[in-house]
Design a protein. Structure first.
Length: 145
C-alpha cells in the first residue's frame, strides 16, 4: 500500500512540474503588455526592453524623403513618446489618428517592430471631399531633412 502511494505521489509531482514548465515557457515568449502612453511615461525605466503594445494618438508624423523611415510622437493625456518605424504604414495613419504600436521602449523612444503599426479606423466616416494622392507619404506627414 505504501509503495502505491509513493508511486502515485511521484507521478503527480512529475506531471505537475512538466505542465508548469510547459506553461511557463509558452507564456514567457508570447507575453506582451498593452499600455497607454500616459501609463508608461509616468515611470518609463521599468518598461525599457519589454515587448508591449502602446496605445495613443499620432502627432508630428515625419518621413525621410524616398525612404520608408518614420519618426512621430505618440500622445495620450498629455504624455508623449517619440516612436521610430521602418516600413509601410496603413492608409489611415496620419497626424491625429489613433494608433496601437507593437515594439519595445528604449531610452531614446519607442522602437516599432516590422508591421507593428495599427491605425484604428475613425468612428465616423466624413466624406467631405475625396482626394487621390500620388504622394507615397501618409496624409498629414512632413519630410525629415
Amino acid at each position: 500500500m505504501r509503495y502505491k502511494t509513493v508511486r502515485l505521489g511521484l507521478t503527480g509531482l512529475v506531471l505537475s512540474l512538466a505542465f508548469g514548465g510547459l506553461l511557463y515557457s509558452t507564456l514567457s515568449e508570447g507575453t506582451e503588455y498593452y499600455k497607454h502612453v500616459d501609463e508608461v511615461m509616468v515611470d518609463p525605466l521599468p518598461w525599457h526592453g519589454k515587448k508591449m503594445q502602446l496605445h495613443g494618438w499620432a502627432a508630428d508624423v515625419r518621413q525621410k524623403p524616398g525612404r520608408l523611415e518614420y519618426r512621430f510622437d505618440v500622445e495620450n493625456n498629455g504624455s508623449v513618446v517619440t516612436a521610430y518605424y521602418d516600413g509601410i504604414v496603413p492608409d489611415t495613419f496620419k497626424n491625429g489618428s489613433e494608433v496601437v504600436l507593437k515594439g519595445t521602449l528604449g531610452p531614446d523612444g519607442f522602437h516599432v517592430q516590422p508591421d507593428g503599426v495599427m491605425a484604428k479606423c475613425p468612428s465616423k466616416y466624413d466624406a467631405t471631399s475625396p482626394t487621390v494622392s500620388t504622394n507615397a507619404r501618409p496624409a498629414g506627414s512632413t519630410v525629415i531633412e
